[in-house]
Design a protein around this ligand. Structure first.
Ligand code: AKG
Length: 297
């Protein structure tokens, strides 16, 4: 009897366990399914617009919002990580756009410095060229200002930022050429680098140009790259035509492009110019950056 009772007891306990365990089993099953499907759902969610937005927002975050890990640095390095936002506009030529590179106040300071010193812009002449013969190619007015002439420190701060953005030391830059274009004024397409075959032997060469737009322009005044991406190179391009990639000036934004290819020869696609201003006025500060230090700061 003991044996029968014992079996009955165990059977009852088993039933009892089964009765008590059913919700738990169900819960476990659902939990298992959730575990299985969770990552799948997450992948779908991740490829949605929301997740993409979150990702791009994270990439946009300024230094104040994200903590960027700083590394041990060398003697000339920096103690913190920082970001200078940029957009690649083109690989042919290598051209980068830097939104909000300078503040409106910095731009106004530079315009104020330059305003009383403006003279008609000039051109570097090729062998055999004359001022008279090149009239109309560059019709803006402008002035050269070096950072040492600016007691507000604005030009020095901008130079430092350009050096950090390009990783080309600050003393490789020429003085700023601050330009004003009024309605109808322009700069026909040209190269910033000097081809020794046309200009004779050069002590140093321009590697890159950094343009800081000091004003918005209502209409026209774009910086143009007619041969961008290799286009228009075989059409007998008229150097006064405003075609190709056009960059609309916005106050405080920067444009960097390289005049030399990585092998040191002139990039034919770096041809560029300024379209005529149609409405408003254009102010821009150009910094030409050379392969040799300029021996000043
Ligand atoms: O004004 C511009 O947008 C272009 C200026 C330029 O081509 C230059 O300074 O070399």
């Amino acid at each position: 009897m003991k044996g029968v009772g014992h079996h009955r007891e165990r059977a009852l306990m088993a039933i009892g366990r089964t009765k008590l365990g059913l919700p738990a089993v169900l819960f476990g099953f659902l939990f298992f399914i959730a575990l299985l499907l969770g990552p799948v759902l997450f992948i779908f969610k991740d490829s949605s617009g929301d997740a993409a937005l979150t990702r791009s927002r994270l990439m946009e975050m300024s230094d104040d919002e994200t903590e960027l890990r700083a590394m041990p640095h060398g003697l000339s390095g920096e103690s913190h990580a920082s970001s200078i936002p940029f957009q690649i506009l083109s690989w042919k030529p290598r051209a980068l756009y830097f939104p909000n590179f300078a503040t409106p106040e910095q731009c106004q300071n530079v315009v104020k410095l330059a305003k009383s010193r403006l003279r008609p812009s000039t051109l570097a002449l090729r062998a055999g060229e004359t001022e008279e013969g090149t009239k109309g190619i560059r019709t803006s007015s402008g002035t050269f200002i070096s950072s040492s002439e600016d007691s507000t420190g604005t030009l020095g701060d901008i130079e430092n930022k350009i050096a950090r953005a390009t990783m080309i030391p600050r003393d490789h830059g020429e003085a700023f050429n601050v330009l004003r274009y009024e309605i109808g004024q322009r700069y026909a397409s040209h190269y910033d680098a000097f081809n020794p075959a046309e200009y004779g032997p050069q002590k140093s060469q321009r590697i890159a140009s950094f343009l800081l737009y000091l004003s918005d322009v209502e209409e026209g005044g774009e910086t143009m790259f007619p041969f961008e991406g290799g286009s228009n190179m075989n059409i007998g391009y008229d150097y006064e035509k405003c075609i190709g990639l056009k960059v609309k000036p916005h106050q405080g934004d920067g444009l960097l492009f390289y005049s030399l290819l990585t092998n040191g020869t002139i990039d034919p696609t770096s041809l560029h110019g300024s379209c005529p201003v149609i409405r408003g006025e254009k102010w821009v500060a150009t910094k030409w950056i050379r392969d040799q230090g300029q021996g000043f700061i």
